[in-house]
Design a protein around this ligand. Structure first.
Ligand code: ATP
Length: 630
């Protein structure tokens, strides 16, 4: 009897367990292998070794200086999941659920400075640090925002990426055939040679969908093992979305692990997705197959899909409409229970310890990097004709204006203090105009270039040095042109005493120093509007320490050190020396003394100008590098 009772009890218990597990299945359905159709002959879709990407207990919190006043926000709350190879995995979830944040963590782009991060990321069981450049070679990330130079065409952007990121043994013909293939597969052949566009001053331009596909193409050149895309279909019509998903599907079928975030995909797109990671409020609701099992899973938890819903719409409706306690009660968020001791997520030692596979890519040399970057910058200059023309013409206009205002000032009698002051003013105005013109362009242009640099630098296109050298050479060209146009328009009208080439050289060096300062501020801020607001910070101290408005002697001693950072001060001293150095009038000597112009020091004035340029360039490089090391 006792046996029977216990037998009945066991059966009853098993039945209850089965019913419970049917109602709230504890194991998420695994994604079945989709049919594999390889394009073995193709290079873009060539067979590759994807990774089983796993993430465990990912926690992401904002950092807060004063946690009492502003408690840290928990964006990802101990999320675990996986992205299998040969599948297209979609991350879905309501807006603000943490989709982009999770991608940033997985790709090593969640800044440690802004967030507290913990958890583990594994490729086929080995711990990896996605901020490591070797790991990034295995993983490509296509961001939501398009960051490709506006003056490049899709063909050039993809070719540029291929030349800099593929092994140096890859031939020109191989690169061209890969570029053509990517353009064809992404439906970009029709606009392959059209400028990306987008600038206010630029005509033409690609559609949003074409830009997104170009950005995808740029990342496809490395034939990544893991491809991660943030909202690749947002803002696209269903044809554009399908084109992208089709390419993603074929890349996954070639072996890659494909992960993308997507908002309310249409049924045609849902059919191409294999695996789903569903997030809600920074928590994992589901990690498993997107097949019929997903229907069963939701049905078993009491949320059976009505016939008139497609599955993606239904699960998002459930996530958005159902109160979180009810979802908890139904048994979603089961991974929350598995909170274990977390480890630093971006530990650069991890890879070493776990013997990661090193991809042997012999990168192109420094000279090729500089040549390609320089070529791109030159094209930018040629194509952005309107901006360059406006820049040079406005300089010419100001030159002419000053020339007419100070007409023949260099022929006047310097014994008259008024003439002397006017001639000094003429020189100072030309120099201020040079400084203002070039610094403004650098300050406003640089924040626009910044996202391009950050993407390319973090994806191993080139290092900081060639980028800065290429930029410097272009800036030298434009600054020289600007200085030349301004002086041709003003110097002869003013009939200045110093030699033309000397004044041109002073203006040129001052211009380059000013761009360096503009770059430091430009590299610190993201928004060109903020950069414009910071313009006075760059200009006003220069004016005050120039000796034009107040003699340096009259500035309080504790502030005088700042003159050593002001390039305009030294440009004015040099120009004053060459303009008035031969003048024996007492007023001339007094002016030189007031501005601390000492004949023996003129060599040092040049050196200080060059040192200021070098110092600011280095500071710009360090700041940008720091920003790129997320
Ligand atoms: N730097 C930050 N500081 C504070 N909160 C942040 C920061 N970055 C993201 N968040 C917050 O984290 C949450 C998740 O943001 P995330 O961009 O990952 O969501 P999402 O699911 O991608 O949203 P969407 O679908 O609208 O793009 C949001 O509430 C967002 O406001």
């Amino acid at each position: 009897m006792a046996t029977n009772v216990s037998h009945v009890d066991v059966e009853a218990a098993e039945r209850t367990e089965k019913e419970k597990s049917r109602k709230y299945p504890s194991k998420l359905p695994e994604t079945a292998d989709p049919p594999v159709t390889h394009d073995r002959g193709s290079t873009l879709f060539s067979e590759r070794e994807g990774h089983n990407l796993k993430f465990e207990n990912i926690v992401m919190k904002t950092k807060s200086r004063d946690s009492k006043k502003k408690p840290p926000k928990e964006i990802l709350k101990s999320i675990s999941g996986h992205v299998p190879p040969r599948r297209v995995t979609a991350i879905m979830g309501p807006s603000g659920s943490g989709k982009t944040s999770l991608l940033k963590v997985l790709t090593g782009r969640a800044g440690k400075k802004s967030f507290d991060l913990s958890g583990k990321i594994k490729f086929d069981g080995r711990l990896v640090d996605p901020t490591d450049i070797e790991v990034r070679r295995e993983l490509a990330y296509v961001e939501q925002e398009v960051s490709i130079p506006a003056t490049s065409t899709p063909r050039e952007a993809i070719r540029f990426s291929a030349r800099l990121r593929l092994d140096r043994s890859v031939t020109h013909d191989e690169i061209e055939s890969l570029v053509n293939e990517i353009l064809k597969e992404l439906g970009l052949e029709g606009c392959a040679d059209t400028m990306i566009g987008g600038g206010v001053m630029m005509s033409g331009g690609l559609s949003g969908g074409e830009k997104k596909r170009t950005q995808l193409g740029v990342e496809l050149v490395t034939k990544p093992d893991i491809l991660i895309l943030d909202e690749p279909t947002s803002g696209l019509d269903s044809y554009g979305a399908e084109t992208i998903i089709n390419v993603c599907q074929r890349i996954a079928q070639a072996g890659a692990s494909l992960l993308l975030t997507i908002h309310q995909p249409p049924p045609t797109v849902v059919r191409k997705l294999d695996h789903l990671i569903l997030l809600l409020d920074g928590r994992l609701m589901y990690d498993g197959s997107l097949g019929p099992q997903l229907n069963d899973y939701f049905a078993a938890k009491g949320f059976a899909k009505p016939d008139d819903y497609n599955i993606a719409d239904w699960i998002l409706t459930v996530a958005q409409v159902t109160p979180i306690p009810d979802l908890e009660e139904a048994g979603f968020f089961q991974e929350d229970a598995k909170k274990i001791k977390n480890e630093d997520i971006y530990d650069s030692q991890l890879e070493e310890k776990n013997g990661a596979r090193k991809l042997l890519v012999h990168h192109v040399g420094l000279s090729t990097e500089i040549r390609l970057l320089f070529g791109r910058e030159m094209k930018r200059l040629r194509r952005d004709k309107l901006a360059v023309t406006v820049r040079v013409l406005s300089t010419g206009f100001f030159g002419l204006f000053y020339g007419l205002i100070y007409l023949n000032i260099g022929t006047t009698d310097l014994s008259d203090p008024l003439n002397l002051q006017a001639e000094f003013g003429a020189i100072a105005n030309i120099l201020i105009s040079t400084m203002f013109g070039v610094a403004q362009s650098a300050l406003l242009d640089f924040p626009k270039d910044r996202p391009v640099f950050l993407r390319e630098y973090s994806t191993n296109h080139y290092s900081v040095l060639p980028y800065f050298l290429a930029k410097l050479s272009i800036e030298c060209t434009v600054t020289f042109l600007q200085a030349l146009v301004q002086l041709v328009a003003s110097y002869f009208l003013m009939a200045l005493r110093m030699r033309f080439v000397v004044f041109l050289a002073i203006n040129f060096v001052l211009g380059i120093t000013s761009t360096s300062m503009g770059i430091v501020i430009g590299s610190m801020v993201e928004d060109p509007n903020v950069a414009a607001e910071l313009m006075p910070v760059l200009i006003v101290p220069q004016l005050l320490f120039s000796g034009f408005f107040i003699s340096i002697d009259l500035i309080p001693e504790f502030l005088r050190w700042a003159q050593y950072l002001c390039s305009l001060t030294y440009a004015i001293r040099l120009s004053s020396y060459f303009e008035f150095g031969d003048c024996t009038e007492e007023s001339c000597q007094q002016l030189l003394a007031r501005n601390q112009v000492i004949e023996l020091d003129t060599f040092w004035y040049w050196i200080i100008l060059i040192a200021i340029t070098t110092g600011f360039r280095l500071a710009g490089m360090i700041i940008l590098r720091g920003k790129a090391n997320f």
